[in-house]
Ligand binder design. Structure first.
Ligand code: GLN
Length: 484
């Protein structure tokens, strides 16, 4: 499959994109994976328009003609956006999220909206109202979640690149389980305008692809500065349109990236490595030793507050969710049931029938954590833990350039294996949620593909995406040479 970098270059220099899009739709039609909830019925027309250079689609655009899949929690004008929930089954947004407008402006073609856990709540894509997505490496296993449709679509050639969102691991977990690359940007780098909120103090939209370079290119496009998101920072230079420029990553050769590993200081927090499965352990340490062979040094270190991170994450995420999801009352938009009951009964029925079990569990737990008498004991305490976690990352980055951990503590497990036991599902997020509490950027890249994919997570300090992507590029080249 072509990379986005190559494809956009070819289309810009006059080659057609329609044929590639046709191939992708053929694959989607014959696929059993269930990567998409809704397809974009205008995509082929858009490709023809680009090929004929109509409607101002001249030979420019960083993603000209490139097919991109968009997670179904990101608003797309005129294309149904369900958040994989019955309650939004018929919702067609009247506006584009800022990231989607940026994609269109750069000439990308939206293939469709990808499957996910309902309202991003899950790590397997099994809580979707539209049924689970299957892992392309082994269809009896989960693809990870919540952006499972996006990751599986890339791995199966049902798109070239994709957008996901990550509140506590939802980009990195499916990237690891499907053997692709996924980056959670620093909190505040990418606009969240048009992202349907789950836990807004934790989440970011981010790029997913089959290579580090494509991830860098997509990040460049979506980090468009936007006044409509007050939590987005505006990085210098002040006249730059985006918060991240991919040129220095795209211009770096694989060999140069590998040479730049000399002297790199890597911290490996022991708390992220203990208790992981044997397969993951083997692949992770082989990758670390390959980096060491190229002149990087690593040290095992400790991050003491990590043992509280998972609990703090779930309290904060559920509390924010209980408040964010209060807007689905069936009166203004979303599911409407044709009943003549009084307001209370209608409201309860719509939410009772519109939300799935996991979403309801989280609304109830979040409401409890915020209620009078418990607020201080749970929510406030979780916020204090969050501050400590953030400080511990800041102090780690005074000593190390990057931290490296396994992304997930295990390889993809079987569909149905954990879904009946919510706590065991929450536990699989142990290595990804601390990053969202701290707000730092992290990327997952494959460090093994068989018998099942394993992801390595690299973490850098706030707004150090450029450094992170360069180290990831070096790792990718080493992994391709040695293990994949
Ligand atoms: N699995 C985590 C959760 O269920 C993370 C999900 C996410 O990042 N959206 O909250």
């Amino acid at each position: 499959m072509l990379s986005a970098v190559d494809m956009s270059e070819r289309v810009r220099s006059g080659e057609n994109c329609e044929e590639i899009l046709h191939e992708i739709y053929e694959r989607i039609r014959s696929s059993e994976l269930n990567c998409y909830i809704t397809l974009n019925d205008k995509a082929l027309d858009e490709a023809v328009q680009i090929d004929r250079r109509e409607g101002g689609k001249s030979g420019c655009g960083k993603l000209l003609g490139v097919p991109v899949a968009v997670k179904d929690c990101i608003s797309t004008r005129g294309i149904r956006t369900t958040c994989a929930s019955r309650i939004l089954n018929d919702y067609v947004p009247p506006f584009d999220a800022t990231v989607v407008a940026a994609l269109r402006e750069e000439g990308a073609i939206i293939v469709g909206k990808t499957n996910m856990d309902e309202f991003c709540m899950g790590s397997t894509t099994e809580t979707s109202y539209f049924g689970p997505t299957l892992n392309p490496h082994d269809t009896s296993r989960v693809p990870g979640g919540s952006s499972g449709g996006s990751a599986a679509a890339i791995a199966a050639g049902e798109t070239i690149i994709a957008l996901g969102s990550d509140t506590g691991g939802s980009i990195r977990c499916p990237a690891a389980f499907c053997g692709v690359v996924g980056l959670k940007p620093t909190y505040g780098l990418v606009s969240r305008y048009g992202l349907i909120a789950y836990a807004n103090s934790l989440e970011q939209i981010g790029p997913m692809a089959s290579s580090v370079r494509d991830v860098a290119l997509l990040l460049d496009v979506i980090s468009l500065k936007d006044r409509r998101d007050s939590t987005q920072v505006k990085l210098p230079p002040s006249d730059a349109r985006t918060n991240f420029n991919a040129d220095s990553v795209l211009g770096m050769s694989g060999d140069d990236a590998i040479s730049s590993l000399k002297g790199l200081r890597i911290g490996v927090p022991a708390e992220f490595v203990h208790g992981i499965s044997k397969d993951v352990e083997r692949a992770f340490w082989s990758a670390i030793h390959a980096l060491e062979d190229e002149g990087a040094s690593y040290e095992e270190m400790h991050m003491d507050t990590m043992k509280y991170a998972l609990a703090a994450y779930y309290i904060i995420a559920m509390s924010e969710a209980s408040s964010n999801l209060a807007r689905y009352d069936g009166l203004r938009y979303g599911l409407r049931l044709n009943r003549d009951d009084d307001w209370h009964t209608t409201f309860s029925r719509i939410r009772g029938e519109g939300f799935g079990e996991e979403v309801k569990r989280r609304i109830i737990l979040g409401t409890f954590a915020l209620s009078a008498g418990y607020y201080g004991r749970y929510y406030l305490k979780a916020l204090k833990v969050r501050t400590l976690v953030k400080r511990e990352f800041e102090s780690a980055f005074r000593k190390y350039d990057v931290l490296a951990t396994p992304t997930m503590p295990m390889t993809p497990f079987r569909l149905g294996e954990r879904i009946k036991d919510p706590l065991s599902l929450y536990l699989v997020d142990v290595n990804t949620v601390p990053i969202n509490l701290a707000g730092v950027p992290a990327i997952s890249i494959p460090c093994a593909l068989s018998p099942l994919p394993v992801g390595m997570q690299l973490i850098a300090s706030h707004f150090e995406e450029e450094k992170l992507l360069k180290v990831a590029l070096a790792c990718e080249n080493l992994m391709n040479a040695h293990f994949l």
